[in-house]
Write a protein that binds this ligand. Structure first.
Ligand code: NDP
Length: 288
């Protein structure tokens, strides 16, 4: 039974996960709402269950990789979860994860929630750096760690079932800001004769160099001293923002992705904090 796994959901991500367990010699049972998506995996050796309940019954460990939390509730509505280890790596919010944990525990299962930090082509490719945040039952995590680590590295972030989702969403949210900035930069450079791939190379180099400043912000947030090690103070940055906005206007580019962040920096400056870094923005956001 050590090598038996059930996987619910054969979308792009579920299918990628499934292949890694099959390749590693696991006895895999799969179920997908649209049955035809299971056919290629059946040909590769997976057992295909006719219903989610039948799939759950087949293995001690049940991994769910469905669209959203509602689809997990729907798929598992009449499955027998008593004694099962439910690992839900469907993306959701921290509160959804905690509620799903209570729901599964009330049905007699142990529960582990997960947030996948990868896109499907990174799954099963160790050098791609994919990993999954896990939180919830530590006993489940420790006992099933080997199986969980087959498709991507496994990182446990605590007993609060919502912790994995929070970590996942924090990183995705940071990525949104990054791609917002990247979109603005491409818009500025578009039509100027500089090939997009040259702009891309510059962006990757610059953003990689700048990302390390998250460590400086962390030191400031921990010490409460937002002047600690400041290399670019707010007074200077707010001046610089005016140049960014004027350039956008000159190039005929909307600055709508930049102005919300700049507005928060201006509020700090108006509050007399020009010698600090922009770390105070974190507090403005927390206070609403
Ligand atoms: P897909 O859209 O490719 O697949 C969605 C899956 O959910 C399908 O198996 C679909 O079944 C199933 N599903 C949807 N609604 C229901 C329902 N009501 N009941 C039962 N099954 C349902 O998504 P992915 O595979 O890409 O994503 C799966 C999860 O992985 C999501 O939570 C996503 O956020 C997460 N993830 C995905 C990443 C990616 O890059 N793809 C990256 C990181 C996380 P059917 O075939 O019948 O439609």
């Amino acid at each position: 039974t050590d090598k038996k796994i059930t996987l619910l959901g054969l979308g792009a991500m579920g299918t990628a996960l499934a292949r890694t367990w099959l390749a590693a010699g696991y006895e895999l049972t799969v179920w997908n709402r649209t049955a035809s998506r299971a056919e290629p995996l059946a040909a590769e050796g997976a057992a295909v269950a006719a219903s989610a309940a039948e799939a759950v019954a087949a293995s001690p460990v049940v991994v769910a990789c469905l669209l959203d939390d509602a689809s997990v509730g729907e798929a598992l509505a009449d499955a027998g979860l008593a004694g099962k280890d439910l690992v839900n790596i469907t993306t959701g919010t921290p509160a959804q994860a905690r509620a799903r944990s209570d729901w599964a525990t009330a049905r007699g299962a142990r529960y582990l929630d997960g947030g996948i930090m990868a896109v499907p082509p990174m799954i099963g490719v160790p050098e791609a750096g994919a990993y999954v945040f896990y939180s919830g039952s530590e006993a489940l995590f420790e006992e099933r760690r080997d199986a969980l680590a087959v498709p991507a590295a496994a990182r446990y972030v605590g007993g609060d079932a919502g912790s994995a989702a929070l970590h996942d969403v924090a990183l995705l949210s940071a990525m949104m800001g990054m791609f917002g900035g990247i979109s603005h930069a491409f818009a500025l450079m578009r039509g100027t004769g500089v090939p997009p791939k040259e702009t891309a190379a510059l962006l990757v180099e610059w953003l990689t160099a700048m990302a390390g400043y998250a460590n400086g912000m962390a030191a400031q947030l921990e010490s409460g001293d937002y002047t600690l090690g400041v290399t670019s103070n707010l007074a200077m940055m707010v001046e610089g923002n005016a140049t960014l906005l004027r350039t956008a206007e000159e190039q005929g580019v909307s600055a709508e992705l930049l102005t919300p962040y700049m507005g928060l920096m201006e509020r700090l400056l108006a509050d007399g904090r020009g010698a600090e870094s922009a770390a105070g923005v974190v507090d403005l956001l927390r206070k609403g």
